[in-house]
Every structure is written in C-alpha cells, then in structure tokens.
Write a protein that binds this ligand. Sequence first.
Ligand code: G4P
Length: 552
Amino acid sequence: MSEARSQLPTSGGPTSNGPTSNGTAEARITAEAARRRTFAVISHPDAGKSTLTEALALYAEVIDEAGAVHGKSGRRGVTSDWMEMERKRGISITSAVLQFAYRDCVINLLDTPGHGDFSEDTYRVLAAVDAAVMLLDAAKGLEPQTLKLFDVCRTRGIPVLTFVNKWDRPGREALELLDEVEQTIGLRPMPLTWPVGVAGELRGLVEVETGEFRRYTRTAGGATRATAELVPADVIGAEEPQYWEAAQDELALLQEIGAAYDEKDFLTGAATPVLFGAALNGVGVARLLDALVELAPAPEPREDAGGDPRPLEASTSGLVFKVQAGMDRAHRDRMAFVRICSGRFERGMVLTHAATGRPFATKYAQAVFGQQRTTVEEAFPGDIVGLVNAGALRPGDTLYSTDLVEFPSIPSFAPEHFAVVRGADAGTYKQFRRGIEQLDSEGVIQVLTSDLRGDQAPVLAAVGPLQFEVVTARLESEFRAPVTLEHLGYSITRRTDAAGAQLLSGQSEVEVLTRRADGALLAVFSNKWRMETVRRKFEDLVLEPLPAGSER
Ligand code: G4P
C-alpha cells in the first residue's frame, strides 16, 4: 500500500512544507478535489462486489494479486474473530476503503457490507460517496438488496452507474435487463458499451458512441488484467456474423429509442450509464474505471446542518461515517472513518469535534486497505481518513479545524428486531457495560433503555437479526463478556415524545424506550395493527416514522 500511495499522481501544487499563500493553497484544494472520485458499489450478495473491487484495484495497479482486499474463503488474511464469523456466514461486515490512482484521478472506493441486515451501515457509507456503481448479475438482474440500496441512492441524490456482471456465463438478454431497470426503478438506461455475443458467449464489447469493437483475452480467476484488442468491424463481422449482426440491430434499436448518454440525466438521477463485463475475467473493468473518471462527479460543496454549502476550499472539515473496532487482532484500537468535506487535511492537525467542542488530535491518521494500514500524511475533499483512538466519535459526527461547521447527522433506521441483553456471568458486569457502550457508539446496534428494565438489562434494537450475532460474538471475544439474549416480540418503531410516553405507559404490546445515543424516545409495538389501535385510542399521540431499513 505504501508503494501504491507513492504512485498517486500529484497535481503539481506546492507541498505541505513549502510556503503557500492562501490563494495557492485554495487553488491546490480545488485542483485536488476536482480529480477525486469517491464511490461505492451497491449490489445483492454474490453479484460479484468483492471480485469487482479486487479487479478495479488490480487495474489501477494498486495490488498485484486478486484476493488482497477481502478475507474471503480461500483468500488471504482472515485474522479477527468476527472476520472468521463473516467467512463462515459468507457475509462481509468489515468494509475496506481503497484509494488508488487511475489516469490522472485519485479513486476512493468505499466497500459496503453485503448483507441486508447491515443496511444501516451501508446507509452511512453512502453518506460519504459522490456516486455509486450498481452491480447486477447478468442472470439475475435487479435483486431485493440492490433495490433497497438503490432506493437509498435515490433518496440521497447519488448518481448511479450500472455494471452488468458475469457476462461470461449464461444469463438474460441485454435488452431485457435494461428494460427491467427502467420498469422497476424508473431509471433510464444509457448503455456506454454493448455486448457482442449472448451472456455466456461473449465475443467482446462495442463502444456505443464510436462503434469500436474490443475483444478481450480471458484471464483466469482475475489474477491478471484482461487485455483488450481493437478489432475492425469487418473482421469481427466476418468471424461472428450472427452475433455481430444481432448487436448491430440492438444498437440501432437503442439509437431509435434515444438511449444516448446525457450528462444532466445521469447527474440528476433520471438515467444511468450502463456497462457490461465480467469482473472475474477483468472484462470491461478498465472501461468502468474510465467511465468513473470521465463521468462520475467530483466532490462538491457539502451542505451543513443549516443548509448552507460548505465551500471545498474552506478550512478543513470532515464527516465521520463509520466507527469500527477490533478489525484485526493486531490492531485492537477503534477507528473512525472520516470523509474529508472541505480543505486540506494534514496529519497531526488538531480538529474540533463539533458534538462536544473538544479538540481531537490526528497524529494517527491512517488509510485502511483490506488488512493493511498505512499512515496518511495529507488528504483532500473526497478522501477517506481513518482516525485511530477515536473514543468519542460516532457515525454522523463532524470534525473541523478553524471555521465551525456541523454537517447533518446520519439518521438511524427504524429497528425491527429487539432483544434484552444480560451479562451471563455476574463477575463480568464491568466488561459487559463497557462492551455495550462501545458497540452502541460504533453504531453496531442501537441500545435502548427504560426505567422499568434498568441498566443491567438494556434492550438491543436491530434492523436485521445478524446484528445480534455480531454483538454477542464481539462481547464474548473482545470484551470477555458472554451474554444471553431474550428476544422481544416488537417489530414496529415510531418516535414519540414525553407526553406520548405517558399516554402509552401501561398499554399492552407497547413499550417506550430511550435511545442511548441521542435520547430519542422510541415507541415500539408488536405489530402494525396494535399500533393503529393505540393511535386511534389517543388522538394527540405523537408517532413519527423513522427512516426504514429493511422495510424499504
Ligand atoms: P459479493 O462480494 O457480491 O458477495 O460476490 P463475490 O465477489 O464474492 O462473488 C460471488 C461469486 O460470483 C464468486 O464465486 C465469484 O467468483 C463469482 N463471480 C464474480 N464475478 C464473476 C464474473 O464476472 N463471472 C463469473 N462467472 N463469476 C463471477 P464463488 O464460487 O461463490 O466464490 P469464489 O470461491 O470464487 O470466491
């Protein structure tokens, strides 16, 4: 990784050591921000996200061996206990942040957890990106988790590029897949490349705009880069007359229906550029990187909590979007992932934590690349910095250097699963308490309390049940605090107020709990019908919906 970092092209601006006037420093920030591309890949599990992530990094010459990114089975680097759990369950919770150079850009690729139960975590990651790549399996098209994640992108106004993966094996027809995208999510597809040969018999890709055809030489298991060779139309036309003609007919049809690329429609979320390929063989991967560099938006001024855009050149500021501990046995510390929103970050600078007004030293600023960590000396808008020993930081928090700013916090989802957690061993109560506090502030799960239940029996509230597994596994392995869970029969959450809490006290199949993180009063109900009955009974009862996770 350190080699990779030293490969990052510079914009030629003054270095941090050189004397800089404000004007030059600002110009450098603008120039550096303009060449950042910060994005995430959204997909249903098994669509090939890990494979694509590795392939992208491989193309950018950051890593020289597929498998360096994730600790999946048969791949390198499973070290922590709960990574072991991820491996067993085939899920990924610990996400990686990859930074690499491609052409004259710096690409920041944020990984998202693959499983729907961690959609809250995904939502936080999406708060830190400027674009998303929607990855579809050519045989399956739009799958439930993709739809949910796409929904989040739409809500947040994130432009989406689409990559249709696994074209090397039998799947559906290209036109049918595009039609599904348009019909199901109302996003107009704008193909940039078009496959020659049906799924499973891919002969190569045509550039929709220029008509150029590229043939790919297969590589085994994505271990090296696929090589693309330009082949003249008459040659491929003679070699593969059937597939070539079919592709020409489809391209003519696309032209007729007006599927040409339109920048405004992409950026406003009305349409999506579409690319085809096979991540496993490296087909179409470099083309995807080109599309990201050429089309995806660079960081823009982020709106603060008052709705005012914070200029990119303003003093340093960043948004904490993820907090994670125990990522690796060798690094038991706790790390906050911060997206730089404005200014230039320099390691060692003292930032202010907006939520508490306390100073935060950044001596240990790191980049996390799979299992590896390297020191970050400086960063610009769009970059992600990992801050170690981030005890007080929570997802959604703002850090700033001189000019005060606070970005809107990241909303918590409506939990749908609840369980009372108790220390299984009275002798480990201290560890139990510390563990619960830690997992709460990392945002691994929501911790709710009530006067009735007391401190020894907090209620854990999750968007998806796998969150409970993570919590129990981590309490046991990291905090040496084995626990028991008593599942509660609630499934619906609404926000209420103090008057509401009073009205609801004593009602059956309802409970009002306080969320520790922000003091919000949450009314939880066994089901929708019970909630409606109670609502009808108390006319003035405040019940506000929260952002939905799996309900989406
Ligand atoms: P995920 O992170 O989205 O969950 O998916 P992942 O990359 O792990 O890929 C899921 C499966 O799909 C893997 O196979 C992977 O090799 C395969 N795959 C990904 N991209 C392509 C592609 O372009 N073409 C083909 N044919 N397969 C692809 P697996 O057998 O489940 O796992 P593994 O043993 O290969 O890791």
